[in-house]
Design a protein around this ligand. Structure first.
Ligand code: ZN
Length: 486
């Protein structure tokens, strides 16, 4: 089966032809870890997880690299241009890596709950400073960068005379000039659209590394060029990310690769569209910011209730990744109902009794769904096909259609393959089961508390150890006990 994908660079759908089949190099821009994972993180993660799963189902050997940005990301809305991670660490008197680790753990946790498979390699920018300095040297040697007061900037004008800066985003340098605004260190640059490869650190800046130019830190765009090259080579297949990264981030990556190697690194650029909330862009300043934790718990005034991670995943998959996706309580409730129908069908499969003849041809289920996904990850069509099969499952269940034992086994395995392996949707615990487990644990902990009061340490330790063995960690606080299922 052929996989076709829309390449942002050529602006057309193309047949996917890897450089070195069956190996596929896939690089996706990962999270910046100075805040809680939010809705905006969920869409690219689920989109490229689907791609990862599909490529593997097509028998490719995929090396999926998704980075962790833990340094040097200058935010435009930052009041003083200071690195947000460093600022948070300074204000809270924490080691910057402590902050980064905390949010990295939170991100990985949320991704696991969303059914997102871990990538093959998850490199951190802070662990690749040497590679980034090397890349700056190469770009300087090639004549496409200049040093200014200890910082190094990419010379966009020089590059644009030899190559085409703006080819991915379709922007001209004139447009860029009128769109750029004053940022920290602007005066060191020749042109406002020149971007930093290396920044000299201000005295109060705590994240800094020595370099030939100054004690400082790398520019944000550099890490993805350096790390994709280290792990995927000079030329690799697919680079993905959110649409908001096309300019400047990915445009800068293309320029850095071309300036340092004389050719581009990426064959196919893929970009997922954004999530809006009730028709508006999500943003802290707009007051419609929802973290994943809040979605899963329902603890946000924009939500009428909690939505399970699988509902969020299903909701994202119901839209094509290049369309906008609008979040609202109504849309989420509809997704919740749809997912329930799908999961009921999965459960009903086990209750069907085979017959001596088949009245329906089940051989095509998997192929039909795969074909839709092979058409530029058309998950909404794949899901619509799946729902045609939900009808068939229900007819088999009520006896209006029949299958032989072999055909029934085939239907079960294809259905499960599409739902679980490809779409990554797994049955979640029912609310009442969850409540029952919660109630039982609370009761056991109450017995333990009583044992402790009676200084019966043998019993209280036994309860704690047995729970730990079952994956329930118990933490005693001054005013009670917390527990968590790992
Ligand atoms: Zn990136």
């Amino acid at each position: 089966m052929k996989f076709r994908l829309y390449n942002t660079l050529s602006r057309t759908k193309e047949d996917f032809v890897p450089y070195n089949p069956p190996f596929v190099g896939l690089y996706v821009c990962g999270p910046t870890v100075y805040g809680d994972p939010h809705l905006g993180h969920a869409r690219p993660a689920v989109t490229y997880d689907l791609l990862f799963r599909l490529l593997k189902a097509l028998d490719y050997k995929v090396r999926y690299v998704r980075n962790i940005t833990d340094v040097g990301h200058l935010e435009h809305d930052s009041d003083d241009g200071e690195d947000k991670l460093a600022k948070k660490a300074r204000l809270e008197q924490l080691e910057p890596m402590e902050v980064a680790q905390y949010y990295t753990n939170r991100y990985r946790d949320a991704m696991k709950r969303l059914g997102v498979l871990p990538p093959s390699i998850e490199p951190q920018a802070s662990g690749h400073i040497i590679e980034q300095i090397e890349l700056v040297k190469q770009i300087l040697n090639a004549g496409y960068a200049y040093e200014s007061n200890g910082s190094v900037y990419f010379d966009v004008d020089k590059y644009n005379r030899d190559h085409n800066y703006g080819k991915l985003s379709g922007r001209s340098t004139d447009e860029m000039l009128s769109a750029t605004r004053d940022l920290d260190g602007q005066s060191d640059k020749r042109k406002s659209y020149d971007f930093a490869l290396w920044k000299k650190a201000a005295p109060e800046h705590i994240m800094r590394w020595p370099s030939p130019w100054s004690d400082g830190f790398p520019g944000w765009h550099l890490e993805c060029s350096a790390m994709s090259r280290k792990y995927l080579g000079d030329r690799f297949d697919i680079h993905g990310g959110g649409m908001d990264l096309i300019f400047p981030h990915h445009e800068c990556e293309i320029a850095q690769s071309t300036a340092s190697m004389g050719h581009e690194a990426v064959r196919y650029w893929m970009h997922n569209n954004m999530i809006t909330i009730d028709g508006r862009k999500m943003g802290k300043s707009l007051g419609n910011f929802i973290t994943l934790e809040e979605l899963f718990s329902g603890d946000n005034e924009l939500l009428d209730k909690a939505y399970s991670p699988m509902t969020i995943r299903f909701f994202i998959l119901q839209a094509h990744y290049r369309s906008t996706l609008d979040f609202s309580s109504e849309a989420l409730s509809a997704a919740e109902k749809g997912l329930e129908r799908l999961m009921n069908a999965m459960a009903a499969l086990d209750k069907i009794t085979p017959s001596d003849k088949s009245t329906v041809d089940v051989s095509k289920l998997k192929d039909e769904c795969m074909e839709s996904l092979c058409d530029d990850l058309n998950s909404p069509v794949a899901i619509a096909t799946l729902f045609e099969w939900v009808k068939v499952v229900n007819q088999l269940h009520d006896g209006s259609q029949t299958l032989t034992a072999d055909d029934l086994e085939s239907l079960k395995s294809q259905f499960r393959f599409v739902v679980t392996d490809l779409l990554g949707l797994v049955p979640e615990m029912e609310k009442n089961e969850e409540e029952l487990i919660g109630g039982l644990i609370a009761m056991i902990l109450d017995v333990r508390k009583q044992a402790k009061e009676e200084k019966n340490w043998a019993v209280s330790d036994k309860i704690r150890d047995e729970l730990a063995r079952m994956g329930v960690t118990v933490k005693d606080r001054k005013d009670g006990t917390d527990w968590e299922i790992k």
